[in-house]
Design a protein around this ligand. Structure first.
Ligand code: SF4
Ligand code: SF4
Length: 420
C-alpha cells in the first residue's frame, strides 16, 4: 500500500519506519488487516457473536465490533450499544488469547498396533501463524506470564513456544476500562507495556477534532514492516498527548482496585483465615474462574483407545484446581473441600506464583469476577483477607497461620468425605 510523506496529522501519509508515534485513520484498519493476511497471518480479533464480544478469526476489519461496548458486573456480562463507532470500546470479553496459544484440547500422540508392538506417531499439528489484533495490556502481560510457564527454558520447541514465536501482536491500550477491571492496581495496564509488534490507542473524537483514528506505536521490526503497507503519518505532539491522557484517565476509572503490595505475604499468612469458610459457602467449585483466567495453565492427560485395541491416543486438556480429581494422589484427593480448593487457587495465583515464576499470577483482567456464576469477586476476597489479617473485622481469625480448627479440617480432608 503506497503512501506519501506528510506533516504531523497532515493530509499526506508515509510508510512506517518505527520512529515515533504514528497516526492511522480508522479506515486503515482494513489495510492493516489486508497487510497481515498478505504476510501469511491468520488474523484473530474481537467480534460480536452469540451476545458477546468473542475472539475469532476476522475475515476482514468489518468483523470488528464497531459501536459495541460491554457492561460488566460480578456474574454478569451484557453488550451495550455505544454512541460512537469505536472498534475497541469494550473491556475484556469471556476469552483471553490463551485458547489460541495453549489450546483447551490437543493430541499429544497416537499409536497403532503393528510390527509386533505399537508404532507411535507424534502429533502432526498444523500450527497457524496468528496475528492477534486487539490485545489488551492485561492480556499482553498474561501472555508473557504464560511464556515463563510454558514457552521458555526447557520448554522451547514445545507446541506453545512454536505458536508463540510465530505470533504477531497488535496491542490496544485501554481508554474505557470495565467495571470489574483492576489492571492499574496490578501494574499491567491500561497502557500497553513492551512486547507488542504494534500498539494502538483509539481516538473517537468528533470530525472537528480529528475524528475516529488511531495512534500507533511500533514495537518491532516486524511491526514496522507491516506498517510500511498501511497508510499513516507522524502524529502531532498534541494528538500524542491526547491519546496518552485518555489512557492515563482510564487508570482513574477502573471499576475495582486490588493493592498488590504485600499480597505474597498476605497469602502466606492467611492459611487459617475464617474467610475461606465464607467464600466456600458461595463457591460452586465449577472452575469457570480458571477457564477464563488468561494465566491459568494447568492441564491433564487422557488416554483413549478404540474398541479393537488397534489404535490409541493421548490428549492433553485444560484442567482446573477446582476439580476434585486435580489433587488426586494414591488413594484419594488431597483437597476435598471447596474451601481448600478456592484457597489453593487464590494462594497460588497471588502468593506462591511469585516463588515459582517471579511475578503475580493475576493481571487484573476481572474475568474471574464476571464469569463466576455466583459473582465471587477476587478483589473483595483479598480485601476481606486483608481486613481479617489486620484485625479490621470483628471476630477475625487474625491471619496468623494454620489454627487448630483448620489443621483438623485439613487433616480430615486427606482421609474423610467433604465437609467433615
Ligand atoms: S485471577 Fe481473575 S482477574 Fe486475575 S488474571 Fe485471572 S481471571 Fe483475571
Ligand atoms: S469462584 Fe466462582 S467461578 Fe470459581 S469455582 Fe467458585 S463458583 Fe466457580
Amino acid at each position: 500500500m503506497g503512501a506519501t510523506a506528510g506533516g504531523p496529522d497532515g493530509a499526506g501519509t508515509h510508510h512506517g519506519d518505527g520512529q515515533g508515534a504514528q497516526l492511522m485513520e480508522s479506515a486503515a484498519l482494513a489495510d492493516l488487516h489486508a497487510a497481515l493476511r498478505r504476510a501469511g497471518y491468520l488474523v484473530v480479533g474481537p467480534t460480536v457473536r452469540d451476545g458477546a464480544i468473542v475472539l475469532a478469526e476476522l475475515e476482514s476489519a468489518a468483523d470488528l465490533p464497531y459501536g459495541w461496548g460491554v457492561t460488566l458486573e460480578p456474574g454478569g456480562y451484557r453488550l451495550r450499544q455505544r454512541s460512537d463507532s469505536a472498534a475497541f470500546g469494550h473491556a475484556a470479553g469471556p476469552q483471553s488469547w490463551k485458547p489460541f496459544l495453549h489450546p483447551p484440547r490437543s493430541r499429544l500422540w497416537s499409536a497403532r498396533r503393528g510390527g509386533g508392538g505399537f508404532e507411535v506417531e507424534p502429533a502432526d499439528e498444523d500450527v497457524p501463524r496468528y496475528a492477534f489484533l486487539g490485545v489488551r495490556p492485561c492480556d499482553l502481560r498474561a501472555i508473557f506470564i504464560q511464556d515463563r510457564v510454558l514457552g521458555t527454558g526447557s520448554h522451547t520447541g514445545s507446541p506453545y513456544a512454536t505458536r508463540r514465536s510465530a505470533a504477531f501482536i497488535i496491542a490496544v491500550s485501554c481508554t474505557e476500562p470495565g467495571e470489574t477491571c483492576f489492571c492499574s492496581s496490578m501494574g499491567t495496564g491500561p497502557q500497553a507495556g513492551p512486547g507488542y509488534d504494534l500498539a494502538l490507542t483509539e481516538l473517537t473524537g468528533p470530525a472537528g477534532s480529528g475524528g475516529h483514528r488511531f495512534l500507533v506505536d511500533v514495537g518491532s521490526a516486524a511491526g514496522a514492516a507491516i506498517m510500511a503497507e498501511v497508510p499513516h503519518r507522524p502524529a502531532a505532539d498534541a494528538t500524542v498527548a491526547d491519546a496518552r491522557t485518555a489512557v492515563t484517565a482510564a487508570a482513574d476509572r477502573m471499576g475495582r482496585t486490588m493493592p498488590a503490595e504485600g499480597l505474597h505475604e498476605l497469602m502466606a499468612a492467611s492459611q487459617g483465615a475464617a474467610r475461606w469458610d465464607d467464600v466456600a459457602s458461595r463457591c460452586l467449585t465449577c472452575g469457570n474462574c480458571t477457564m477464563v483466567c488468561p494465566t491459568c495453565f494447568c492441564t491433564t492427560v487422557e488416554d483413549s483407545s478404540d474398541l479393537t485395541g488397534e489404535h490409541a491416543e493421548r490428549w492433553q486438556r485444560w484442567d482446573s484446581c477446582f476439580d476434585l480429581d486435580f489433587s488426586y494422589l494414591h488413594g484419594g484427593s488431597v483437597r476435598v473441600s471447596g474451601k481448600s480448593r478456592y484457597r489453593q487457587w487464590l494462594t497460588h495465583k497471588l502468593g506462591t506464583w511469585h516463588d515459582q515464576f517471579g511475578s503475580s499470577g493475576c493481571v487484573g483482567c476481572g474475568r474471574c469476577i464476571v464469569w463466576c456464576p455466583v459473582g465471587i469477586d477476587i478483589t473483595a476476597e483479598v480485601a476481606a483477607l486483608r481486613d481479617e489479617a489486620t484485625g479490621t473485622q470483628p471476630g477475625s481469625g487474625g491471619g496468623g497461620g494454620t489454627d487448630v480448627r483448620d489443621a483438623q479440617e485439613d487433616g480430615a480432608e486427606h482421609t474423610g468425605p467433604e465437609g467433615t
